[in-house]
Design a protein around this ligand. Structure first.
Ligand code: ASP
Length: 362
């Protein structure tokens, strides 16, 4: 397990006036932003935080007190797992009262899974947790990392006139937009604008200025202290339907030993094959207590399993509607709820409503 350690590098405080500056903690986990090329293989590999920050001299111009913590071994985010989410959350919990906000530097590949997971883990969050990274390493002349990092620090520091943080949730910042963490998806492996949120508007857009979408941001009531839920049950799978999928394959997956939850990625508005074996197999799985959640393969829109009889059979077999959840939010939410030790009925009821802005229930 990778353990975060406080970086020996403690960047700079730039005080230009007498007022108190926002204090931000950067949590560096790895990803392209901090990578350099391996001279032998020519492949990009994660490198340390000092290298990253040396490439962003402009950071010193910000009126922000910045400190950092880094993973002992920064990783490509393709290797992220719930243990790493726990590491990140542990740092946030430990330093929650010391900082006004947190910037997590992370690879883009699984960024939307981490942002979704953290949104469910951090109950009563009322400070910004801004996750960013880049498509090109920070040392590259055309890097997008410098701008993403600087804007993330500014967004994490943004305050209302009364001193309240403007962003009080987990969010992904990439190129021109800030997205809700549990609504975002990586949609491009090429473009600098790599993320989008297809069922929820941007929380902010960046041009000459930073324009916050005040209506779209979460306004959490202060219900108590930050409470971190560390447990995840990883006995879940995703089944992506396709025309021609075979009975023995579906049954094999539904009967995976120990499985407790399944994300079923269906066609369009939540539809699947009308073959009796398919509906019967789903019925048998839900009757055994497996929680199955129907989400759409479409990147935009919601499942409406009652719209077509091809969806009705699925919902009558005890499969829950995942409404307009992303794949990343649905699987992390299910792992989180199953990990919390809740009964199946509680898990089902919570899957059917929004916990922290992850879905639109109509
Ligand atoms: N493979 C990299 C990662 O996710 C890609 C990136 O950072 O953009 O860590």
């Amino acid at each position: 397990m990778t353990t975060p350690t406080r970086s020996p590098m403690m960047p700079m405080r730039c005080a230009t006036s007498g007022k108190r500056h926002p204090r931000i903690l950067i949590i560096y986990t790895g990803g392209t932003i901090g990578m350099i090329e391996n001279p032998e293989t020519r492949a990009l590999e994660p490198f340390d935080f000092n290298h990253l920050i040396e490439n962003v001299p402009k950071i010193k111009l910000l009126d922000i007190e910045i400190e950092s913590v880094e993973f002992e071994n920064p990783i490509d985010s393709s290797s992220m797992n719930p243990g790493h989410w726990q590491d990140i959350a542990r740092v946030i919990e430990k330093h929650y009262d010391e900082y006004d906000g947190f910037v997590v530097l992370h690879g883009t590949d699984t960024m939307a899974y981490t942002s979704s997971a953290l949104s469910f883990m951090l109950e009563n969050l009322d400070k910004p947790v801004i996750i960013t990274g880049s498509q090109l390493p920070i040392g590259d002349v055309r890097t997008d990392g410098e701008e993403n990092l600087i804007t993330a620090l500014q967004v994490a520091s943004a305050r209302d006139a009364d001193g309240q943080a403007i962003v009080r949730e987990v969010a992904i910042l990439f190129e021109d937009f800030l997205w809700r963490g549990n609504r975002a998806t990586k949609h491009s492996s090429d473009n600098f604008c790599a993320f989008s949120s297809n069922n929820y508007p941007a929380l902010a857009s960046f041009g000459l200025g930073i324009n916050f979408n005040r209506e779209g941001l979460l306004h959490p009531e202060r219900k108590g202290k930050l409470k971190v839920h560390y447990e995840f049950d990883t006995n879940v799978i995703m089944i992506d339907l396709f025309p021609g999928i075979q009975e023995h394959v579906v049954r094999h997956m539904l009967n995976t030993p120990g499985i407790r939850g399944i994300i079923l990625k269906t066609f369009g508005a939540g539809n699947g094959p009308s073959d009796p074996w398919f509906i019967q197999a789903l019925k048998e799985a839900t009757a055994r207590g497996v929680v199955i959640v129907n989400i759409s393969q479409c990147s935009n829109g919601s499942v409406k399993p009652e719209l077509y009889s091809a969806g009705l059979g699925i919902s009558r077999s005890g499969v829950l509607s995942g409404h307009d959840l992303t794949a990343e939010a649905s699987v992390t939410k299910l792992m989180h709820l199953l990990g919390c030790g809740k009964s199946n009925e509680e898990v089902k009821s919570l899957m059917n409503r929004s916990i922290c802005g992850e879905m639109t229930c109509v």
